[in-house]
Ligand binder design. Structure first.
Ligand code: BES
Ligand code: ZN
Ligand code: ZN
Length: 489
């Protein structure tokens, strides 16, 4: 596994691979290149300012990563992440064993943020889901990072965040056979204990007492019990008086229920708990890095199956807040469990802001593909703007879908207060509108991560499978959250 270590690096002497970030206005002092090689590099980088130029130093390699720091920070940093992924692929391909994968990372004409973006790209790209492989796949080993660029504290806090992304991807990639609601809840509880985060796990009996009709209905066809996980990180120095509530969809597997998914549509539905995994990871990262923000996470967990006394279309459910819901389609299950969780957050925590993350609709993927998050907001214009800007900075982009009143008609039912499925148009917004009902007057942001939580094929610096997309976004949002309590958001 990739491991970063700070070190003083003299590229000319280093015994191993060297990655050199070659920014603007470099003096060429540190580059171990001959005059001819340098001329070659310069002409290459003039042609392609974002090239990766490789020099053989067998058994090692020198990777010169050109980049243009004059471009807007978000553009050049994303180039660095992508080029980091290219270099990781090359290192893994060229190295015969883990030891000869040892690599030094340095550069000239670069700023710390650029080094960090490159490291981030390396970390994300080095990940693969290896748990079930009998032969250990190759990974980049130790990476010595030039200590002039980064303090030990900065390195450690970044690695803690990236480690949370690693775990989120592990959980999402794990099949339901090995990670059901009960196991996931107990794993979260163990981590919370270690991090001194308050964690309460409600079992089925407690969920029944609370009257979470949505979560219970979705669970009805399953042999595995549901869980509802409540976690709270409340630092003494919190900048907010009312908490930020993070709600995550935790459908451990989505078969569709009685409206069973047909054809290929069921495969990859182990990823339907990515919202819960994302929100747990964000809260853990905030706690580990002691961010001064009071955060709660509410995670409804269950699988959705057509077995036994499975809930059926036409059923009418009574939700945690008393709202009645007509079930039109059992495959629109995510909004049912989230509705209970959002209502629970609003009633028990009076949050300043509720944000949810959910792999909620195929329509989100059809609308914008796999390049960003389909988002909506109600009474939360200012925090949403902040989130949008941060999304561009960290390249976990968010696009706002409209929440016009007209869509309210989509979720009106003839037989109950609401129905869980609309006319088929604007399905992503219909789902958002359904959820917004349960947030009431509380500022609310809905993130539909269906397109980005899990990639069927390699994209950017992500291997096929879970991405952890959204963790960097929400973590950075919490870092900047101070403004919320001071009316700046
Ligand atoms: N988990 C799915 C949404 C999904 C689809 C996520 C593809 C990731 C990739 C969700 O529960 C679902 O089945 N939604 C239905 C809603 C419909 C029945 C109103 C959909 O999008 O088809
Ligand atoms: Zn579904
Ligand atoms: Zn689902």
């Amino acid at each position: 596994m990739l491991h970063f270590e700070l070190s003083e690096i003299a590229p000319k002497e280093f015994e191993g691979n060297v990655i050199f970030l070659y920014g603007n206005d470099v003096s060429d002092r540190k580059l171990p290149l001959t005059k001819k090689e340098l001329d070659y590099l310069k002409s290459h980088s003039e042609n392609d300012p974002e090239a990766v130029v490789v020099f053989d130093r067998l058994p090692y390699h020198l990777y010169v990563v050109c980049f243009d720091g004059e471009k807007p920070a978000q553009v050049s940093q994303e180039h660095l992440r992508k080029n980091a992924a290219k270099v990781v692929d090359m290192i893994k391909k060229e190295c015969l064993d883990e030891e000869c994968c040892d690599t030094a990372l340095t550069g000239e004409g670069v700023i710390p943020e650029e080094i960090v973006a490159f490291m981030e790209g390396m970390w994300l790209a080095d990940y693969s889901f290896d748990r079930y492989k009998t032969k250990e796949p190759k990974h980049v080993g130790k990476v010595y990072v030039e200590s002039n660029f980064l303090s030990k504290e900065d390195l450690d806090s970044n690695v803690r965040l990236w480690n949370r992304i690693y775990w989120c991807r592990e959980w999402v990639n794990m099949p339901v056979a090995d990670l059901n609601a009960e196991k996931f809840a107990s794993e979260l509880d163990d981590i919370a204990k270690d991090l001194k985060v308050d964690c309460t796990v409600f079992d089925k009996k407690k969920i029944e007492e609370l009257g979470m009709g949505g979560l219970l209905a979705v669970n009805q066809g399953s042999v595995d019990e549901p869980r509802f996980v409540v976690m709270e990180y409340k630092p003494r120095h919190a900048v907010n008086t009312k908490p930020l509530a993070l709600v995550g969809k935790g459908v451990m597997y989505d078969t569709g229920g009685l409206n069973i998914k047909t054809g290929d549509y069921m495969s990859e539905m182990k990823s339907d708990m990515a919202g819960a995994a994302t929100m747990a990871s964000v809260l853990f990262a905030a706690a580990e890095n002691e961010l001064p923000v009071h955060v709660v996470a509410l995670l409804p967990l269950t699988d959705s199956r057509p077995g036994f006394n499975a809930y059926a279309p036409d059923d009418v459910l009574t939700m945690y807040d008393g709202t009645t819901v007509e079930v039109v389609n059992t495959d629109a299950e995510g909004r049912l469990i989230l509705a209970d969780a959002i209502a629970y957050a609003v009633r028990n925590y009076s949050p300043e802001l509720v944000v949810d993350a959910a792999t909620l609709t195929g329509a989100a993927v059809r609308a914008i593909g796999t390049y960003g998050i389909a988002a909506m907001q109600q009474h939360a214009e200012n925090p949403f703007q902040l989130l949008r800007i941060i999304g561009e900075q960290v390249h976990e982009r968010v696009v706002e879908f409209p929440f016009w009143d007209d869509y309210d008609e989509h979720v009106k039912s003839d037989f109950a207060d609401l129905k869980n499925c609309g006319p088929g148009q604007a399905g992503t917004i219909t789902a958002g509108k359904f959820l917004a009902h349960f947030a009431k007057e509380t500022p609310y942001i809905h993130l539909d991560i269906a397109g980005v939580a899990y990639f069927s094929k390699k994209q950017w610096y992500y291997a096929p499978g879970a991405s952890g997309f959204g963790i960097r976004l929400l973590y950075a949002f919490i870092q900047m959250y101070e403004g919320a309590s001071k009316g700046k958001m």
